[in-house]
Design a protein around this ligand. Structure first.
Ligand SMILES: [Zn+2]
Length: 426
């Protein structure tokens, strides 16, 4: 292959989400002494507080990039195990974009699995990592968050969404996040693989809150609803359960359920498109793609099809999302990768760009990271490589900066900062 062919392939793959399952080489810890938690905390603090190369008077501008690893403590699965190998069931294959768009049966299978996976995703709460990152954002040490996760946990921990307790106010916050028109977040959160909070109509782009969509799925699928309730009663959806058989929820919010009768599952069309006509439904309102055989009723007709607002495998990252991520990269002095093996090229590319600009790269991840050796070849910016639990290290760093212990069960919006942390870097 010529170098130009390689560049073309790289530029194409940079826009498309592609699963990558190969193992990665082991981590090379930096600084080499940062093996234990205490040394790791010191190293992370130095990385965050390193002076800016261009403007030494302003606050440190660290961009945080997170992956599925930060959500594991919230009870959500990671794609990779502790040794960095792909640990999902080998028979599990995520749905691809073209399948979902073109195939009614594939959509039934996807929505059935998503229907069962949603309560786990819906009930997940931010953990210490999300809280610590949110607090670093509130102090100005972190100036932006790019996440590969579709679980909204960074949003739920964001200081802008104040709440007196974790529960049940979070439900209100979560539902409000499904609606567009909210003021811009400071610091911003860019979800490069989208979100499960809402579904989007492929025809008219109408956004529909996922939680309301779940209620419609319940109505259309009473037998599945009974199955779901039974599974919940048996605690089978709890990732930490030790009782009976566990139903695993994948990071994208669907479950493994081999042999399930997906073909009987029903899902609704976009309510807006339905009201305009040209969309067929059965007597209960479930989407029927080819009932009448009319002009609009061809196999590839997607009028009124609702898709979760996530970037499926084989699908491109939206251009406005990509532009927002690029802008954060340009404005940052360094990037800190947390809980990601950078298996997705869309994420890897961002880190490569930071390194290419001669800026600092830090990684906190259990297990190897794709292409990490090349990030540390140039000694042009602060660097960090830890293989320690992110929540512990991040939490300790925030507590040391603040000079006191923090109740991590309290929402960041309700925490009062002391002089020590709020005055840092200014
Ligand atoms: Zn529509």
């Amino acid at each position: 292959m010529t170098s130009s062919e390689g560049n073309i392939l790289e530029s194409i793959s940079s826009m498309i989400r592609i699963p990558y399952t190969a193992p990665f080489p082991p981590a090379i810890i930096y600084p080499p002494t940062a093996i234990g938690k205490s040394a790791g905390v010191t190293a992370l603090q130095e990385f965050l507080l390193a002076p800016n190369s261009s403007d030494r008077t302003s606050k440190s501008r660290t961009l945080v990039l997170t992956g599925a690893g930060v959500s594991v403590e919230s009870g959500l699965a990671d794609y990779r195990g502790e040794n960095g190998t792909y640990r999902l069931n080998k028979k599990y294959r995520p749905i691809f974009y073209t399948e979902f768009i073109s195939n009614h049966e594939a959509r039934k299978r996807y929505w059935a699995r998503s229907f069962l996976g949603w309560p786990t995703m819906r009930n997940a709460r931010p953990n210490k990592s999300h809280m610590a990152i949110a607090l670093l954002g509130a102090t100005g040490l972190v100036h932006g968050i790019i996440t590969q996760n579709v679980d909204s946990l960074h949003h739920l921990a964001h200081p802008q969404f104040t709440s007196s307790t974790i529960n049940p106010s979070y439900r209100t916050i979560f539902d409000s996040l499904a609606h567009p028109g909210l003021p811009p977040l400071v610091p911003p959160i860019v979800e490069i693989h989208g979100t499960l909070r809402h579904t989007a109509c492929l025809t008219c782009s109408f956004l529909h809150p996922r939680n309301q969509f779940q209620h419609t799925l319940e109505y259309l699928n009473p037998a599945w609803t009974e199955f779901l309730h039974n599974a919940q009663n048996k605690d089978a959806l709890n990732p930490n359960t030790t009782r009976g058989e566990r139903i695993r929820t994948n990071p994208d919010g669907d479950v493994d359920l081999p042999g399930a009768p997906y073909t009987k599952f029903r899902y609704p069309p976009c309510p807006k498109c339905l009201s305009e006509g040209g969309v067929e439904v059965d007597k209960d309102g479930a989407h029927v793609p080819c009932l009448s055989g009319g002009d609009y009723c061809t196999k590839k007709n997607t009028k009124g099809i609702l898709k979760p607002s996530v970037v499926f495998f084989g699908e491109g990252v939206q251009s406005n999302t990509k532009n927002a991520a690029d802008q954060l990269v340009k404005d940052s002095e360094r990037i800190l990768v947390i809980g990601s093996s950078l298996a997705a090229y869309s994420a890897l590319k961002l880190v490569k760009e930071v390194a290419r600009r001669g800026k600092g790269v830090g990684i906190i991840n259990i297990g190897g990271v794709r292409g990490e050796a090349e990030f540390f070849e140039a000694d042009s910016g602060p660097r960090l490589r830890l293989e320690l639990p992110a929540a512990d290290v991040l939490g300790d760093v925030v507590e040391q900066l603040e000079g006191r212990s923090i109740d991590w069960a309290v929402h960041p919006g309700n925490l009062q900062f002391g002089e020590s942390i709020s005055g840092l870097g200014g």
